[in-house]
Every structure is written in structure tokens, then in C-alpha cells.
Write a protein that binds this ligand. Sequence first.
Ligand code: PMP
Length: 301
Amino acid sequence: MNSQWIYVNGQFVNKNEAVISVYDHGFLYGDGVFEGIRVYSGNVFQLKEHLDRLYASAHSIRLTIPYSKEELTQIIVNTVRKNELSSAYIRVVISRGEGDLGLDPRNCSNPSVIVIAEALSIYSQDLYENGLKLVSVATRRNRPDVLSPQIKSLNYLNNILVKLESTQSGADEALMLNDQGYVTEGSADNIFIVKNGVIITPPVYLGALEGITRNVIIDVARNLNYQIEERPFTTHDVYIADEVFLTGTAAEVIPVIEVDGRPIQNGKPGEITKHLLHTFRDLVTTAGIQCYPKQGNELDA
Ligand code: PMP
């Protein structure tokens, strides 16, 4: 791609000119919300679900997004089209906007709205085929009564701190526990284990984001007649699981082959994980909001 167009506060600007104020409270205080969304073969996957979560996060922090969901849908689709992308990762950021150096959001009059779409693959093909290594970290997941993991806010320091810990110990991804020691999620993905044919994921109230991929995989697994349960588990349950995998918009469905130095079974991606990954990959290319409609069904440019 020669040029990349970023949507910034009402207009498309070139990447080099896509700037926001240093007084933006998103920058100064992490005051804002965001979503990461995928486009597969020109289809924006689960856009309604991502927008519902974005508006819920914004509502929770009393931030009014200055567009309706329909308008924001159009902006997202237009950003994909403007960049002529077929498969892409989209980042939507709504920050409190420009204010003064004080914390008070009342001094910020206009939220900033940014949409970035670019071709991106977070994990290498090798990790999808051979699996990744997890390490449980000392840093605990934010308690829901301190900062709810359901708010997908610009405050990702908790996640960044666990990422730093996992990188430091040579693992590919972190496993976060809550203050009771129960497994919650990865730094940016949800976790599932498989034991005796049953697929298990922690309930979100333990301290995990209610991932959209997580919910899709729960549906996919049910449709494939797997037994699926949401219940608490510990690192011990992870170590002795038959299979472990992570889900996320960026991660999709990715096998885990080692946790805290313990191989998961024979240290190879499991059959149920592979089945779910293949079914997920088939689904994503056929479902979603089309960015490039057939003639006669044009969206507004
Ligand atoms: N947990 C966290 C902390 C995340 O940031 C993400 C990525 N959004 C996920 C889980 C996975 O959620 P989703 O499937 O909606 O991308």
C-alpha cells in the first residue's frame, strides 16, 4: 500500500498527518474506549457485536460517542474501502478529546474519533500450526470493582504489565489470574481448556473481558455438538488439560502447547482446537457486513 488513510475526527488524512492534540485525555489519562475488529474477504466480522461493546464501554465511563451506530458503521466500512483492503484489522478509538491538564472530563468538549484499518497478522502462521507457550504471571487481573475488565478502555496498563512479564520469561503470551488465584484470560485473549471432551472457559465475572471471539467459539462448539461449560478453574486444571487454546479478534483461535513449563499432553495442538479453528476460519469469510457490495446495492461513499 502506497498511502494509508486514517479517519480522524470527520476526515480521512494520510498516516503521516494523522495526529491528535497532546491535550487529548486519551493520551494524557487513557480516558477513552476502543475496539479491535477484523475484516475477512471484505466482510467486517461481528461488527454489530463490536459496536454494541464499544457503546457499552463508552456508556459505562459516561462518554458520548458523537455518532449513531449506523453512522459509525458507515465510517468503518468507508475506511476499509478507502484503503482498498480485503483482509484487515480495524482499530476504532473514541477518546474523551482535548481538555486541560486536569483530570476533569467536563473540560473536554469534543470526543476524538479515530478509525485505522490496515493489513495485519499478529501471530505467525507457525504458532497456529505448532501452538504457543503461556506463562502465568504475578500481576493480577484488574478487579471488576476497581476497573471492570468489561470496559474496553484505553487504560491497558494491567495488560501491558502482564505482557512485559511473559516476554521477560520467554513465553509467547501471559496467563492472568484474579486475586483469588482463578484463571481469567490472556493479555488480550480469552482462554479455553478441554478436559475429557468438555470445553471449559472461565465465567467473565471472574475478571475476563467478554470476548466476541469467545462467544462465537461457544456458539460454534455448541453447533458442533461439543459440551461446553463456563466454570472457574486454576492453573493446575490448565496443566492437566487435554487441550488449551486462546481466542481473540487478533489471535482468532490459537493452540497452546505449554503452560509454565508443563507441556499440554504431548505438546502438540489438540484435535478439538484444530476442529474449532478450521470451522472458525470457514465462518469468518462468509459472515459479516460486506464492505464491497455488488452493483446496485452501493453504500454511500
Ligand atoms: N481479553 C482482552 C483483555 C482483550 O483485550 C481481548 C481483545 N479484544 C480479548 C480478551 C478477546 O476479545 P475479542 O474476542 O472480542 O477480541
